[in-house]
Design a protein. Structure first.
Length: 85
């Protein structure tokens, strides 16, 4: 079922109350599918929002960069997903 404004407001309010109000918001593009296979659709339903989640970063060669302390580089973000997880 598509997400409502009230549900998104509740999720974001909980994230803000937990101190995550400054986190970036990202889209998990692979979870969105156009209805009926209509290629070129630009308005798609959101199914869920969660976070913060660790997302590794990519460099220009599509590799995971590493920090000086030998840990994988990345960031914590809030993720919006479509209806097709």
């Amino acid at each position: 079922m598509p997400m409502t404004v009230a549900r998104l407001h509740q999720i974001l309010g909980d994230l803000i109350a937990a101190g995550h109000g400054q986190r970036p918001v990202c889209i998990n593009k692979t979870t969105f599918r156009p209805p009926g296979g209509q290629e070129g659709s630009v308005i798609l339903d959101v199914g869920s929002a969660s976070g913060p989640e660790w997302v590794p970063t990519r460099d220009d060669s599509d590799c995971n960069p590493w920090r000086q302390d030998s840990n994988e580089a990345g960031r914590r973000v809030v993720v919006l997903r479509g209806l097709h997880e």
